[in-house]
Write a protein that binds this ligand. Structure first.
Ligand SMILES: [Zn+2]
Length: 222
C-alpha cells in the first residue's frame, strides 16, 4: 500500500499528469493500463486522469492520451474459471460481491453483469458449464510413457464437480474442510501412481489429515 499525497493548493498540470500516466504505462507495457493499475503505481488518482482527459471515463482518457484503452476481454472460460476459483477457495457458492472482494477473484462483478445481465444468470450458466462434462481434451493426454488419459491435477471445473457432489466434508472422517489439517484435498480413489485417472468417478474430497494418512501426494485445493 502506497500513501498518496494530495496537495490541494498545488494543482497538477496536464503535462505532469500525462507524463505520470505514460511513465506507468511504460512500466507495464505492452499490457494496456487500467485505472486500477494506475491507482496502484501512479503518483496521482485515476479519477483525476479520467476527469481531466476523458470526461470522467478512464478509457476515453487513455484514447485522448494516445494509449490503448484498457478493455479486457474475458472469454466465457475465463469468467467460469474465476467463479470456480472463488467457489473452491470459499468452499461455498459465491455471491456477486465476492467477485469484487474475494482475494481469489481476478475478474470484477461488472464483467459478469455486462455479459449475463444478472449475477444469478451467470451462476446458472456456470453450473450448466460445470455439469456439462469433464475437461478431457487433447492436450490433457500425457506425452510420457505413462498410459494415463488424463492430467494428474484436476481442472477447476472437475474440482467444482467433485465439491458439488461430495460437499466440503471429508469422505473418510466426515470433518468439515476449512484450513490447516482440515484443508480440502482432491484425492484419487485409485491412486494416480497405480493408474487411477483424474475423473469424477475416481476423485473425492478429503481433509489434509486423511489425505496424508493415506500417504498419497494429492492436490490441495489451491
Ligand atoms: Zn478426514
Amino acid at each position: 500500500m502506497k500513501y498518496k499525497l494530495y496537495l490541494k493548493n498545488v494543482p497538477i498540470s496536464d503535462v505532469e499528469l500525462k507524463a505520470d500516466v505514460l511513465r506507468v504505462q511504460n512500466l507495464i507495457a505492452p499490457a494496456p493500463l487500467s485505472s486500477k493499475k494506475y491507482d496502484e503505481l501512479g503518483n496521482y488518482n485515476s479519477d483525476t486522469v479520467a476527469r481531466r482527459f476523458g470526461k470522467r471515463r478512464w478509457n476515453d482518457a487513455m484514447i485522448t492520451l494516445g494509449l490503448k484503452p484498457a478493455q479486457v476481454f474475458h472469454t466465457e472460460k475465463d469468467l467460469f474459471d474465476n467463479i470456480a476459483k472463488v467457489w473452491l477457495a470459499k468452499m461455498a457458492q459465491p455471491v456477486r460481491r465476492d467477485m469484487d472482494d474475494h482475494p481469489a477473484s481476478t475478474i470484477s462483478s461488472g464483467a459478469y453483469l455486462r455479459k449475463y445481465g444478472r449475477w444469478n444468470i451467470a451462476l446458472k450458466k456456470f453450473i450448466e458449464y460445470v455439469e456439462s462434462g469433464e475437461d478431457i481434451i487433447s492436450h490433457n493426454y500425457t506425452m510420457s510413457a505413462s498410459s494415463h488419459r488424463t492430467k494428474r491435477e484436476p481442472s477447476l471445473r472437475l474440482k467444482v464437480q467433485v465439491l458439488l457432489r461430495d460437499g466440503n466434508h471429508c469422505k473418510i472422517c466426515g470433518v468439515k474442510c476449512d484450513e490447516g489439517l482440515h484443508k480440502l484435498h482432491f484425492d484419487h480413489i485409485l491412486p494416480w501412481s497405480k493408474g487411477g485417472e483424474t475423473t469424477l468417478d475416481n476423485l473425492r474430497v478429503l481433509c489434509k489429515a486423511c489425505n496424508e494418512a493415506l500417504g498419497n501426494s494429492n492436490y490441495p485445493n489451491e
